[in-house]
Structures are given as C-alpha cells and as structure tokens.
Design a protein around this ligand. Sequence first.
Ligand code: PLP
Length: 426
Amino acid sequence: MKKHLALFGGPKVRKKPFAPHPILGKEETKEVMSVLKSGQLSGFVAKPGDHFNGGPQVKRLESAFSRYFDAPYAVAMNSATSALHAALYAVGVEPGDEVIVPSYTMSASASAILMCGALPVFADIGDDFCLDPNEVTKKITPKTRAILVVHLFGHPARIRDIMAIAKKHKLVVVEDCAQSPGAWDGKQYVGTFGDVGVFSLNQHKTITTGEGGVAIASDKRTALRMQLIRNHGEVVHDHLPEAREEYILGWNYRMTELEASVGIAQFAKMEKLTRHRIHLAEVLAKKLSKQGFFSLPETRQGCRHVYFLFPLLYDESKTGVPRARIAQALSAEGVPFGEGYVRPIYWEPIYQKKRIFQKSNYPFNLGQNLERHYRKGSCLRTEFFHEKSLLATGLCRYPLSARDMEDVAKAILKICNNIDEFSSKP
Ligand SMILES: *Cc1c(COP(=O)(O)O)cnc(C)c1O
C-alpha cells in the first residue's frame, strides 16, 4: 500500500535524528592537552624576532597547509574573514578600487572588500553556484583591481577562465576556499591558482578549530604583508629589512596555540573526511538519478567536488508545488533540507543604503554608479536560486553512512512519488 507523506499524517521515513558533526577524537584531545600542559596558549609577540609569527603549534599547522597544497607560504589567522581582509590588503587593494565578487556567497566574502575601503561589485553565478566568467567580464571597469572568487558548496569555480580574464586585465585574484579545501580543477587544488587562497576553520566548515582561517600564497612579499597585518605590523616593519618600505597597518588576527593544535589533528583527517563526503554524495546522487523534479549537483569535467553542502535545484514549474512546501515535507519526513542558502549579498541593508558608518558614507562615496550592482534584479540567477529553487543539505558528511543516505533518498523519492497529495490536501 502506498504510504502518505508525513506532512499529511503518514509515517516518517526517518525517525532517528542524524548524528551531529564534527566528531572530535583522541587526536585533538592529545594535541590540546600538550598545549595546556605547556602553559603557552598563544605564542605571538608583536616585536621583531621569532615570536612575531606565533608559537610552535601555529607554525606546525602552517607547515601542514604548505605541504598539502604545495604552497610556499601559509599564514594562520583567527578566521577566514580576517584572512580575506589581510589577503586583499596584502595584494594591494586600495580605497576606491572595485573588486568583483559573486552575488551568492557568505557575507564575509564581500565585507572583507569593504574593510579595505574598496567597493564590492557583484557578478552573477552559473549552475555550479560559482562566478560565471562572462558575468565577470561584463563587470570590469578601469577601477577594477581584483576578483574575489568563491568556490561555493565545495565545487571549484571556473578558476582557469577567471585566471585568464585576470591576466588579460592585470587583476589580482583572491580565492575564497572556505567551503572547498581539497577541491581541484585538473588536479590542481583550489586556493593555488590565485595570488592568495583562503580557508576557514570555523565550527561549521569541513574541518574546524572552532574559529580560525589560513591563507596560502606563493609570493614572499604577499605572505610577509599578511604576517604584518596579522600582528600589529606598524610596530615592527621598520625593524625588518625586507619590510622597511611597506606602508602597513596591522590588526590582531592571531591564532591561539589551542586552536592551532585542534587544527593540526583536524587537518590530518581532512582527506579521509573529504573522501567520505564524496562517497556519500555519490551514493545519494545515484539513488536520485531517476527522479525528474530535482537537478543534482554536477561536477565539471576534470574537477573534484568536495561537497561541503549537497545542493539540489528544484523545478516548481514541473509540479506546481512551491519550494517551501517541499522543504516542509522533507523536514516532516525527518530529512532536513534548507531553502536557499544566504540572501543575495547586495540585498543586505549595507548595500541597499550604501552605508557602514553613522555619519560618513565612506567607502561608498568613492564609487561610481554602484546602484547598478546593488539594485534588486541585478543578478537574476542568484535571486532565482535563492528564492525559488535551491534546496541544500549538509547531511552528506561524516559520521553519516551510506545507510543514512538511503533514508535521505527515500524521503526525496517519496515526495516525488506522492506529489499529487499536495494538490488534494490544503
Ligand atoms: C565561512 C565562510 C567564510 C568566513 O569564514 P570565517 O572563518 O567564519 O570567518 C567566508 N567565505 C565563505 C564562502 C564561507 O563559507
């Protein structure tokens, strides 16, 4: 007998809640205990000398990133937001410069640009939820200085095309890899194409230190500038022969030894966790391959998707059922999916009002015709995905199993097979 949807009083597909993430193990405990016993919770001192760049755990974490990504320099900070700000400032983004950024990403990708006194110019995304290179080209003006590429949900943006555009127009590129450590395009890791690659270690990312971020770079001067920005660089730069000529203002973006020690243990597990997520995503995609209402995430040829989230695009025109009802139905089955991701960034009040200070309208007063980038309707794809079609879940991850994915698939297929129930019930 056909079972009714849980939303309409039928039995739930999944009764047990899904296990939470992340799972910290004895490796993290051991590293943290060694720091606690050492009594040194942070190794940073804002003076010239060895301690300027932090304690032993911070340095170990940085070496692990350098080795894995084959990047000459890694600079650990207290968040990816800090690292994005430091990266943009380090590569020479100046007040009044325009920086192209996708309209669909976490707010920090764009606010890091404002932190430099520069102006975010939003470009629309493609079906991979990342910057569409054609949209990037349309947004270039004589004031464009940089492109901030985001590899969203774990899938690489069209980074090779974007690097070619950047080269042609002499722009710098910062990659926001907060959601995509370990993703690649043609076996080259994201984060190693641009001038700087930034990773996040916040609680919700694929590996975590609670809060934290790491920037990688191949240029020595860029790395040095990020180190100065991280640790009150204004008090030391004239003591360092290689930094004497830098004009620099530092922040306190330092990472503690405790965070770094958790990061060392987490980073060692990253590849294993990534493979597990990819496996779960493949299991789920296979089970869903025959339904007709949702488009499954696609991995571009030659790329590796690391599935920070598993995004589905829903086509309401095929069913007449609003997305919100589908999300409610999934939730009722015990399988939570989010509706949309974040709002298109330019919908945020700071862009609508072009204001971040009480009195001054810096840096927006340095821009020209910004309304055309901030007006509702300016990135239609982003708005459509956000409002109408995107459903995403973080269920494809450790410690869930292929067996759990069966429940996820069952809930989705049950909704597909019972779609008429929505029209026959209020
Ligand atoms: C999480 C995230 C950030 C910010 O990371 P924090 O470490 O929390 O500062 C930036 N960009 C994207 C795409 C993110 O997902």
